[in-house]
Design a binder for this molecule. Structure first.
Ligand code: NAI
Length: 264
């Protein structure tokens, strides 16, 4: 059946591009737009995962769905992607810069290489997306919306995720700067700030190479610290559609994010 409801009226037939769409929040977001009848471009560096997302997006109602394999931290690759998407599918109406990686370690123990790794994807990946696709939106002159996945970590100092938290604070600020710059052109910008969500990133960032017993201890500790719940990525996807629909600037998705400063 054809999608119905306000989201279908708003996004039906729109071209929506989601990065980091091979899993977790990105995949759930691609599905949510697909359910509203959007045309979806799923982008990720994981070829099998992103192809599967596009395939499933078609099944859940996307007007059309494609997958593209791109590393968002590669500026030239992102420029090539933007040119290809514009030529083959059209100018993107909604861009979701969501690809991200997590890396744990204290500030002093995080190597230069690791800082660069995190900033290349989490910060530069978002900048590349905003610049390439945002420019096309502005040139077309028919508005649009950009969503950047920041995090509750943007507000909360961390002893275990300094590079990640710094990258997310930067994403939050760049989103607000860009929002001010594009406001006159009918292009909205949203920074979405989830708390802890049940995806691969939380599993791999925290527990890579950590023995099972130690994992359990750390999980319990995190639960106490954050009131951690197993939020499903669909909850964030839902918040993203709502944010675009209502043109919200900064959105905290889960209660542990909502309680943080600056979000009153
Ligand atoms: P995930 O690990 O399930 O998904 C991340 C996706 O990004 C993966 O498919 C991965 O292949 C892709 N990716 C990573 N580097 C890439 C690159 N250079 N180029 C293209 N694709 C790349 O994790 P999740 O949780 O869905 O993460 C999505 C976003 O949400 C990230 O920006 C993350 O920082 C953010 N976030 C996640 C939270 C959580 O608790 N899971 C909380 C707050 C924010």
């Amino acid at each position: 059946p054809a999608p119905t409801g306000p989201y279908a009226q708003r996004f039906g037939g729109h071209l929506v591009l989601v990065t980091g769409a091979a899993s977790g929040i990105g995949r759930a977001t691609a599905f949510a737009f697909a359910e509203a009848g959007a045309r979806v471009v799923a982008v990720d560096r994981d070829p099998a995962g992103v192809a599967r997302t596009a395939e499933m997006a078609r099944l859940v109602g996307a007007a059309e769905a494609w997958s593209e394999v791109v590393d968002v931290s590669d500026e030239q690759a992102m420029e090539k992607l933007a040119a290809k998407v514009a030529a083959e599918y059209g100018v993107v109406d909604v861009l979701v810069n969501n690809a991200g990686i997590g890396l744990t370690g204290s500030f002093m123990d995080t190597t230069t290489e690791d800082w660069k790794k995190v900033l290349d994807v989490n910060l530069w990946g978002v900048i590349h997306g905003c610049r390439t696709f945002g420019r096309q939106m502005a040139e077309r002159g028919q508005g649009g919306h950009i969503v950047n996945t920041a995090s509750a970590a943007a507000f909360q100092p961390s002893r275990v995720l300094p590079a990640y938290s710094t990258s997310k604070a930067a994403v939050l600020m760049l989103s607000e700067c860009l929002r001010a710059e594009l406001a006159g052109q009918g292009i909205g910008v949203t920074a979405i700030c989830p708390g802890i969500v049940n995806t691969n990133i939380t599993a791999t960032a925290r527990f890579a190479g950590v023995p099972e017993k130690e994992q359990q201890r750390r999980r319990a500790k995190a639960s106490r610290a954050y009131g951690m719940r197993n939020y499903p990525p669909e909850k964030v996807a839902d918040a993203i559609l709502r944010a675009v629909f209502h043109d919200q600037a900064v959105v905290a998705v889960t209660p542990e994010a909502r309680g943080l400063k600056l979000l009153s």
